[in-house]
Ligand binder design. Sequence first.
Ligand code: PRX
Length: 644
Amino acid sequence: MSEQKSDFGLMLNEEMYGKLYQQSINEPTIFWAEQAERFITWYQSWHTVSDSDFNQGKVNWFNGAKLNACYNCVDRHLPQYANRIAILWEGDNSQRRQAITYQMLYERVCRFANSLKSLGVAKGDSVCLYMPMIPDAVVAMLACARIGAVHTVVFGGFSPHALAERLQNAKCKVVITADEGVRAHKAIPLKKNVDEALTRVKVRKVIVIKNTGHSVPMQQQRDVWYHTLVRNQEFNCEPEAMDAEDPLFILYTSGSTGKPKGLVHTTGGYLLYAAITFRYVFDYKEQDIYWCTADIGWITGHSYGVYGPLANHATMVMYEGVITSPPNIAWEIIDRYNVSVFYTAPTAIRALMAFGDEPLNSTKRNSLRLLGTVGEPINPEAWQWYHDKVGFGRCWIVDTWWQTETGGIMIVPFAGIGKPKPGAACKPFFGIKPRVVDAQGNDVLPQQTGFLTITQSWPGQARTIYGNHERFLKGYFGQYGGLYFTGDGAYQDSNGDYWITGRVDDVINVAGHRLGTAEIESALVKHQAVAEAAVIGVPHPVKGESVYAFVSLVAGKQWSPKLIPELQQMVTDSIGKLAMPEQIEYVNKLPKTRSGKIMRRLLRNVVTGEFDKIGDISTLAEPEVLDQLKAAHAKGKIQQGGSK
Ligand code: PRX
């Protein structure tokens, strides 16, 4: 492997990391108080840094303190950085472009905030964003934060049904959307989807941003064009002083049960954690141009596409389209804006790798110095290609492990520390104390895989699941007393570095998107012919995993391949295309334990042909069901189908 070089001189080295890490673990109160002073401007200081207690699932930080997240991301930079570019935006066709300075961002945010106020939106109200990747999306998030409204961003790829579910759960008063989004030259009918969602749930107002200019029907009492609304709004809006523990946003993610959960992140702790992790993990320097490709609908888009970089007065690139279409667009954008820090997902790296080196060869990428990945395990081939070809062997690769729940990066191979280990998550961030345990909660030995838990609180962690604190306590703190359970497996190597082995619950990761198998199964069983469904993730060369569904039919119904598109459509309608099963297999019966639980582990072994890994089947109720499945797969006699 080539030696790591950097032109800038890195922020951390092994010794500094060690010192800071020890302090953060041994004296967390002192460490976090110092960092909170450094990274955040507070209106009022805290009386307690934290009195969190994982035994009770209690998490709080900076009680008594007051701040405003938008003020910290915009206003406070103005004296020094008013003319610095905050957002370099490029539209899907690369023809539309905007460069937005911090001063311009301030004015746009204030006017958006005043627009929200004019519609009666007040502190504590939930506002939903169902938006394309345009600057107005960032502006709208910050405008909510400015007036103390709680934003809940729903990814534009979710279906009207999924949007309605989230609107209802979060009790949203207002939806902010656009006429259409555009991705890979395809229009996404956002307003139309909102209209459909609103046949199931009511909101007071829908604010529509003109993006493509495509004409969309407007409902007179309910819908309002943003360009009309903003016309008479003032350029100043006083930021609301929020308690550190006031919610900043709700973000939905999938768990192992059927209903998505709305994780609640708070203003003080979250913002501090996003800001400090951004600074250290991306080794952020004043001269950097930073680009995170994640959509704002995901936690990565929140923490590292909005709050982390803006709290650090960074200049960031925002791209409306998909970075794999056309194949050289990512590299062209890097050259066009001199991007020095690039953060994307392994699935995108694999897709770009599949185009070969030709798109790379037409660009220079001289500006790159640090490359990041997030969202799923990166396979060594993709890591190597990213390192050798994209970064010419001279960029650090930071493979960041974290979750919607953690608010920010938790385990990471810091630039400047140790030797690169493709695929390893490596070292915990400051204040993060992981523990790998067995099913009884006992420590496992190095090299042995166990369940990844975290032993002490950190400011960025979610405080609850909106409207269901019980589920929060049970799911995260109920398994191993006094520990936060991540849902991931992991092991430590002989140097103490962490390696993530993937989810150990019924959550799958498809193209970096986290999906609950139960959600997909619920969608499939809505079909009148389906009796039962079981969904698993199977290895996929680009997406990491793809959705594979097994269905059994109600008595009297005949299997026909015609059912496959119907079933795929059920899932697309219920969740979105991102969750659509690529393959659907008809089975007579599903393998179940004696207590009636579907044994998805066996289904995975059958599909991947790893019969030798089937292991313990002592709890399997009808072994002949498994035998039949194995026989069918061994002979390739599977009644399945779907798009590959
Ligand atoms: O299984 C882990 C995987 O993604 C899960 C979290 O998904 P989500 O909440 O959608 O957040 C994704 C973006 C932070 C984790 O439980 N995961 C995330 N990053 C990595 C990863 N698995 C391996 N390596 C990673 N770097």
